[in-house]
Design a protein around this ligand. Structure first.
Ligand code: SF4
Length: 337
């Protein structure tokens, strides 16, 4: 890998679906980087295109109607969008792994945990079955499963949700990938188990020096995990910066609204703040102007006519909103009154 390259560079990604004979973009012009050992959280409500973006990176879109129709996904400088299914199979699991929200959908219910872990290791190494089984048991221990010698003989339904997610993490890190993609990895778990899984992921990320691309709608997870945050709305990046600036100096009205909707310990309120309205569906995406306009408390008449572009307000802080004069890297922020 060249020194100047990020580990993952997503450039002008356009991904969409054929719905009733018409092609609709779920991801439209998304660009951002993930550097080695960096944790990047992609945040937004359901339907913002976060998961479609992550499935595009893994090339796991539904074959019958989904496709990447423009842009590049450079991993160590190689464009994954150009790889054949066979080449992509070598990347998955070994260089890039993914964990999903509901481990039951990713684990095979009729195969033992040991079989499923061994299989990943055997696919990507020349080790013997005995060596692989030893490693599987150790991996389960590494993710905090103490009775791992028994668990290798058990089936997914015999484990709790938290245990299953630990197994998924063990499978995902088995080949020590450079990048782990985690799509809402704690959403289906109890709050206490969520905290344990996040702590485990943070520890593994530190120990193994992996980069993590975390997809989440939960700003608590972002605060816990992220180095850098990418806020997505209606298939586009609307704000991007380091985690401190997103929490302490959010610019985009959508980011501000997401932060305002977190309940605060010190405030007693009768009603929680919500963002009015819903994310437009793929078929009803505005064709012109800002995609957030119908929900934005700061909307101006021109927001319906002009497409805001993503630009930097100051170094490393990009926003897509007509309230700000933005420009290319190094520019100074100006806020319109
Ligand atoms: Fe709101 Fe206009 Fe900015 Fe869109 S461009 S977020 S509508 S102020």
């Amino acid at each position: 890998m060249s020194k100047n390259h990020a580990l993952l560079e997503i450039k002008d990604l356009h991904t969409g679906f054929d719905i009733g004979g018409e092609f609709h973009h779920a991801v439209k012009g998304v660009s951002f980087d993930v550097n080695p050992k960096e944790v990047v959280c992609v945040v937004g409500e359901s339907g913002c295109g976060k998961s479609v973006m992550s499935l595009s990176v893994m090339k796991l879109l539904p074959k019958h109607n989904g496709k990447i129709d423009k842009g590049e996904i450079l991993f160590n400088g190689k464009n994954l969008a150009d790889l054949s299914e066979k080449e992509m199979n070598r990347v998955r699991g070994k260089d890039i792994s993914m964990i999903f929200q509901e481990p039951m959908t990713a684990l095979n219910p009729v195969l033992t945990i040991g079989f499923q872990l061994d299989e990943v290791l055997l696919n990507h190494s020349k080790a013997s079955k005995e060596q692989v089984r030893k490693k599987s048991i150790q991996l389960l221990k590494d993710v905090g499963i103490s009775r791992s010698e028994q668990v290798v003989h058990e089936y997914p339904h015999q484990l709790s949700g938290g245990m299953r997610q630990r197994v998924m993490i063990a499978i995902a890190i088995a080949c020590e990938p450079a990048l782990l993609i985690a799509d809402e990895p704690t959403t289906a778990l109890d709050v206490t188990v969520q905290a344990q899984i996040l702590e485990l992921m943070k520890k593994i990320q530190d120990d193994k020096g992996m980069a993590v691309l975390m997809i989440t709608h939960d700003l608590g997870v972002v605060a816990e995990m992220a180095d850098k945050v990418v806020v997505m709305y209606a298939g586009q990046v609307v704000e991007q910066s380091d985690v401190d600036r997103i929490f302490h100096d959010p610019k985009h009205p959508y980011t501000r609204a997401l932060l305002d909707s977190i309940p605060k310990m010190e405030e007693r309120v009768d009603e929680l703040n919500t963002i009015k309205g819903i994310v437009p569906s793929l078929k009803n995406m505005p064709q012109q102007g800002c995609r957030f306009v119908d929900r934005c408390p700061s909307a101006m008449p021109e927001c319906k006519q002009i497409d805001p572009q993503l630009g930097e307000t100051n170094k490393g802080h990009a926003v897509r909103c007509l309230l700000y004069e933005t420009s290319q890297p190094g520019a100074k922020t100006e806020v319109r009154s």
